[in-house]
Design a protein around this ligand. Structure first.
Ligand SMILES: NC(=O)c1ccc[n+]([C@@H]2O[C@H](COP(=O)([O-])OP(=O)(O)OC[C@H]3O[C@@H](n4cnc5c(N)ncnc54)[C@H](O)[C@@H]3O)[C@@H](O)[C@H]2O)c1
Ligand SMILES: [Zn+2]
Ligand SMILES: [Zn+2]
Length: 404
């Protein structure tokens, strides 16, 4: 089959690789009909190369049609021909963690050798080295629990984002704990930030959303969905100093700050040119030197997270959806303690949010505008070019959906 493979930093290629086969009774094989590029794939593209091997198949946002089912997956009711979307975390559904809804920490698929949580599709040795879904076919482990069966009708893009960015955005909004009618600041208006804006205003009880970014068309898209926006290019210091973003948010909130701040940016935040250079170098080191460099260094660009901490009001909550990876990142403990903020973070527990979001996406009306989120729809063979376009935010690119 054809699949998008990682070959080296900023080097991904579509190659012919062996077709996946059923390996466990709980497996299924899915023929992929749509697969998206995520901001999380960009970390693999540029920073986390030390944890990948040339030939690894990427991709964790995909949906399709079940082609083959192992006996235990079949016993759960999954059948050949079912149209399914597959959550990016691989969870068993019955362990101690899963029974508490903590699917991103599933104890059946946890990576204890790496001291990491549940396995993820297409996401490095740290998370199980499971081949991903930017491919014609994908092996889905724990298929007795993971795949969500979909109606036959409706465009793929109505359902595709249930794999990741829709529940991630919604979890991020929920975890920000904004009281009814309160204000949520959303840092980062990529696909996750856009859906955070939309879910907060359409499904949540949030009164106001203030979006923060520096890409004009992303700011405009958030505004079109009802957010007020802060353009980092217009802020003194262009967002390099978190206090300045904090001041801009304070001005919009009677000097108090936002009730909740959501970081939908993560480790590659724009804002600190020195950190940007150091991290780019660490990301290009070969595995044997690069792994310790990444595990023991403060590799993250923290401008957005520090901006959230400055922007949240005293006693408010910072919710972190953006992915971070450093071990000794400097954090402003005095500010965090003095302001008495709460923080919540982590991978999305996708299936915790599936029931309520399934009801939303299957309504007649596309209330979250999911069918209009993608700006680029291409064949899988165009994936290498689209990784670059999405990373560099060229051509007004907001979300890329590929059809194998
Ligand atoms: N927790 C999870 O389960 C989960 C799931 C999906 C994605 N993610 C993470 O969420 C983050 C966002 O994903 P995405 O697909 O929207 O990515 P993206 O890279 O398209 O979006 C990030 C946005 O942040 C903006 N930005 C950069 N620096 C900023 C700063 N200092 N302040 C404000 N905005 C800034 C960028 O211009 C961009 O628009 C990524 O880190 C991704 O890995 C986490
Ligand atoms: Zn993702
Ligand atoms: Zn489990």
């Amino acid at each position: 089959m054809r699949a998008l493979t990682w070959q080296g930093p900023q080097d991904v290629r579509v190659e012919t690789v062996p077709d996946p086969v059923i390996q466990q009774p709980t497996d299924a094989i899915v023929r992929v009909t749509s697969t998206a590029i995520c901001g999380s794939d960009l970390h693999l593209y540029s920073v986390l190369g030390a944890f990948l091997h040339p030939g690894d198949v990427l991709g964790h946002e995909f949906m399709g049609v079940v082609e083959e089912v192992g006996p235990e997956a079949a016993a759960s009711g999954l059948s050949v021909g079912d149209r399914v979307v597959v959550p990016f975390n691989i969870s068993c559904g019955h362990c101690w963690m899963c029974s508490r809804g903590l699917f991103a920490q599933c104890e059946t698929t946890q990576n204890r050798d790496q001291s990491k949580g549940a396995s993820l599709f297409g996401y490095t040795d740290l998370y199980g080295a499971v081949p991903g879904g930017q491919a014609e076919y994908v092996r889905v482990p724990q298929a007795q629990f993971g795949p969500v069966t979909l109606p036959e009708h409706g465009a793929d893009e109505r359902y595709l984002y249930l794999s990741d960015i829709l529940p991630t955005a919604w979890q991020g909004v929920q975890w920000a704990q904004v009281p009814e009618g309160g204000t949520l600041a959303v840092f980062g208006l990529g696909p996750v930030g856009q859906l955070a804006v939309r879910t907060a205003l359409r499904l949540g009880r949030v009164g106001r959303v203030i979006g923060v970014d520096l890409v004009p068309e992303r700011l405009a898209a958030a505004r079109a969905w009802g957010a007020e926006v802060v353009d980092l290019n217009q802020v003194d210091g262009k967002g390099r100093k978190p206090e300045e973003v904090g001041r801009a948010i304070a001005e919009l909130t009677d000097g108090r700050g936002a009730d909740g701040a959501l970081d939908a940016v993560g480790m590659e935040a724009h804002g600190n040119p020195v950190a940007e250079r150091v991290i780019t170098v660490a990301g290009r080191l070969p595995g044997v030197i690069g792994k310790p460099a990444i595990e023991n260094a403060g590799i993250d660009r923290l401008a957005a997270l520090h901006g959230c901490i400055e922007s949240v009001r005293r006693g408010g909550t910072v919710s972190i959806s953006g992915v971070y990876g450093g071990m000794v990142d400097p954090m402003p403990m005095m500010t965090m303690f003095d302001k008495g903020i709460a923080m919540r973070m982590g991978q999305c527990h996708v299936k915790q949010w599936t029931p309520e979001l399934f009801d939303v996406v299957t309504q007649d009306e596309d209330v979250l505008g999911l069918e209009d989120l993608a700006t680029h729809r291409v064949g899988l063979e165009d994936a290498p070019r689209m990784y670059e376009v999405f990373q560099k935010k060229q051509d007004n690119c907001l979300k890329v959906v590929m059809t194998p």
